[in-house]
Design a protein around this ligand. Structure first.
Ligand code: EPS
Length: 390
């Protein structure tokens, strides 16, 4: 299963084509839209979010709300396009009044991609590197998520920190706090910390600055056996890390105890294997974060990611003009102060997609019932092994 996306931030629309879905899987655009809407929230988002009301249109691969096995085409219209029609016209010529974007922003793709693609106008970098593209990634990833939800897999995320302010809520409590997180302005389970985080965002805004932070994903109901130890590119740790690291602004990913685990003795870190009367073979803890040997082990998957502060600053850093070589300040554009809550929603979708791909590798089949039968057979074998029945 794979997908490609297209679309510029201020172009007419964002699109994706998904290939490899099973036929007969029930899919409704409303279920994707729910996640598109979640991505747009979060205290600290910029003015663009009051223009856009992201909604997906499904243009192929679906008939009467069921997939037919052919490529699924998704489209999200950019409402802001009406303000950019002349400057971002796919055809015709550049308007005389167009101003080149020539002051690369430190931390943004502007300079590196300007060199790579030999652009005169650095706007061409911004248009595709913008996190606007994550809207269509959420749409595509949500299709994978909806497929996994049919098999009892559930996705949770929450903000752990904004700047230096940290939430005190532990991972294990997060599934029970889903409603609180949904109602929180910063996608955070700790109300007291959230109040401080909001003040941090306000201070950064007043200073013309931006803020990063850390979020966590918790995915429950995964069967053991997704991913594989037998080859580097099948190890799920690496695949999930790549999926999440590819989200704009993400600079670090850890699974389970992650970096803290490196400072812990093996005897204190690894999760003992125990025998439970009802569940059979089980684990006493989950510091591995649900992955061992690049394979899901049946425990909740726990992944954290660090997002850097957004590089578009209202009080910009020193830069050099791309055309004249003069010392200038980096370009200022309308932007967000903090987008960590949105990045958490995007990461849910990115992880869901990668898990759906590995799920399809394990439970292949051209139609949904074929997949369900393979899943049921496998889960019976897993239960027999865990409960040590012959
Ligand atoms: C975004 C749309 C963008 C930004 C943001 C994410 O809109 P605009 O650039 O028109 O204001 O709000 O993009 C970035 C922060 C970035 O660095 O590219 C969106 O839809 O999420």
């Amino acid at each position: 299963m794979r997908y490609l996306t297209g679309g510029e931030s201020h172009g007419p629309c964002l699109t994706a084509i998904i290939e490899g879905l099973p036929a007969g899987f029930e899919l409704k655009s409303a279920d994707i839209n729910k996640h598109l809407e979640r991505r747009q929230h979060g205290y600290g988002r910029g003015a663009r979010m009051s223009i856009e009301k992201d909604r997906v249109e499904i243009l192929s691969g679906l008939r009467f709300s069921r997939t037919i096995g052919s490529p699924l085409t998704l489209l999200i219209k950019n409402r802001d396009w009406k303000n950019w029609q002349d400057l971002m016209a796919p055809e015709g010529s550049e308007p005389a009044e167009a101003v080149l974007l020539s002051r690369p922003r430190p931390g943004h793709a502007d300079l590196a991609a300007g060199l790579k693609y030999n652009y005169d106008d650095l706007r061409l970098v911004l248009e595709r590197s913008s996190a606007r593209e994550t809207a269509i990634r959420v749409a595509a990833g949500s299709v994978g998520r909806l497929l996994l939800e049919k098999f009892g897999i559930q996705f949770y995320s929450h903000v752990i920190s904004i700047g230096t302010v940290e939430s005190a809520v532990e991972s294990a409590k997060i599934p029970g706090l889903a409603d609180d997180i949904k109602n929180s302005a910063l996608h955070c389970a700790d109300q007291q910390a959230e109040e401080k985080m909001i003040r941090e965002v306000e201070k950064a805004r007043a200073d013309g600055d931006t803020l990063g932070g850390i979020f966590e994903l918790i995915i429950t109901g995964l069967p053991p056996g997704l991913g594989s130890h037998v080859h580097w590119d099948r190890r799920l740790d690496g695949r999930l890390a790549a999926a999440v690291m590819s989200i704009q602004g993400i600079k670090g990913v850890e699974i389970g105890s992650g970096f803290k685990g490196a400072a812990t003795r093996g005897s204190k870190l690894h999760d003992s294997i125990i025998m439970q009367e009802d569940r059979g073979i089980d684990r006493s803890s989950n510091r591995a974060g649900g992955l061992e040997g690049g394979i899901t082990n049946g425990q909740p998957l726990i992944l954290r990611a660090a997002m850097k502060p957004i590089p578009t600053l209202a009080q910009p850093l020193p830069s050099v003009d791309w055309k004249t070589g003069e010392n200038v300040l980096g370009a200022t554009e309308r932007s967000d102060v903090c987008a960590v809550p949105s990045a958490a929603i995007v990461a849910e979708a990115a992880a869901a997609w990668e898990l759906a791909v590995t799920f399809r590798e394990k439970f292949a089949g051209d139609f949904i019932e074929e997949m369900e039968a393979a899943y049921k057979y496998y889960m019976e074998q897993v239960s027999r092994r865990l409960k040590r029945k012959s």
